[in-house]
Design a binder for this molecule. Structure first.
Ligand code: UDP
Ligand code: MG
Length: 316
């Protein structure tokens, strides 16, 4: 029989994390024991190709507070996280944290303390980002600015990843959002509720390598923008309007010239420039519409977000 549900759940998505999991678990246990409330940790194995799963099973053998959720394949961090949150048994609050020790487990007691003061969402905000290039920092800052200016109604807290604590009611609200395209930062923000930041220093990855690259980051930004704003569609509209007005003025000018000075068949360069420019604008606009259309297509399929190969709950 499972034991009564714990007060706190810690949800950890893990994809090929065999190098750090042992160290992570030790630090997590040390941090959680200081809080003095019953807790569990839900490890989600997101289709790892290394020894992550056997390692998690060993951890669970040794510690009944460990739950293991094994997904049927790699679904990506956002979905793995959702799967873990779906299976968190906590009655009071859940904590979301990365396995790679970039989010120090030692911050969790601070998150819990802020929650005890009455905040539903306590997000850990990075004060310093170690081991991240200038390039990554500036592009991240640029992304937040674009997101905001495109008129997304939800405000994304800056320098905040998924590392956070959520009360049970905030979690239940989040779990009602079942869209396939899951831009978690946006979903977290959409939920609202009284929120607070707790500052911490983000460490470089302890071991292993990040699964992110520039292409993935670009796609994540696209996901964020297209899932939370229709700004680009508006840009398309205005780009169309502006070119139409310019074309009209240019057209009138051409007509006036022809009437006044006759028609000395010139203008091949200007014709070419206009055709190419309009072609470019049209293709870009079609692309923007396509981005949204593709997402509508994916959402209408209504597939389950993930499939579970095995669920071993805590407390057994
Ligand atoms: N992760 C996952 N599925 C994936 C990629 C990553 O569950 O497809 C997990 C990974 O194990 C880690 C967390 O998500 O716990 C963050 O991944 P990573 O460190 O690669 O991302 P970054 O810190 O660079 O944003
Ligand atoms: Mg990381």
């Amino acid at each position: 029989m499972p034991e009564p549900a714990p007060a706190l759940s810690v949800v950890v998505p893990a994809y090929d994390e065999q190098e750090v999991l042992g160290a992570f678990h030790a630090r997590l246990v040390a941090a959680m024991e200081g809080i003095g409330r019953p807790w569990e940790v839900v490890y989600v194995n997101d289709g790892s190709k290394d020894a992550t799963l056997p390692l998690l099973l060993t951890l669970r053998e040794a510690d009944p507070r460990v739950a293991v959720l094994n997904l049927s394949r790699n679904f990506g961090k956002e979905i793995a996280l959702t799967a873990g949150l779906d299976h968190a048994r906590a009655t009071e609050a859940v904590v979301v944290i990365d396995a790679d020790l970039q989010d120090p487990p030692e911050v969790i007691p601070d998150l819990v303390a802020a929650w005890a003061e009455g905040f539903d969402v306590v997000y850990a905000q990075r004060s310093v980002r170690h081991g991240e290039s200038w390039m990554k920092r500036t592009t991240a800052a640029g992304f937040y600015r674009v997101m905001q200016n495109l008129g997304g109604r939800v405000e994304l807290p800056k320098d905040t990843g998924d590392f956070r604590l959520m009360s049970r009611r905030a979690l239940d609200a989040l779990l009602r959002l079942r869209e396939t395209h899951r831009f978690m930062k946006g979903l977290f923000a959409w939920v609202g509720f009284p929120s607070r930041a707790v500052l911490y220093e983000r460490a470089p990855r302890a071991a292993g390598t990040t699964k992110w690259n520039w292409w993935k980051l670009w796609n994540l930004s696209l996901e964020g923008i297209t899932s939370f704003t229709v700004g680009p569609l508006k840009i398309a509209t205005y780009a169309g309007l502006v070119t139409a007005v310019i074309s009209l003025i240019y057209g009138l000018q051409v007509i006036a010239k022809t009437i006044l000075f006759g028609n000395p068949v010139a203008g091949y360069p200007s014709l070419m420039a206009v055709v190419l420019f309009l072609g470019g604008v049209q293709l870009m606009t079609l692309g923007i519409i396509g981005e949204y259309l593709g997402r509508i297509f994916n959402e209408t399929k209504n597939r389950p977000l993930y499939l579970v190969e095995r669920h071993l709950p805590s407390g057994e």
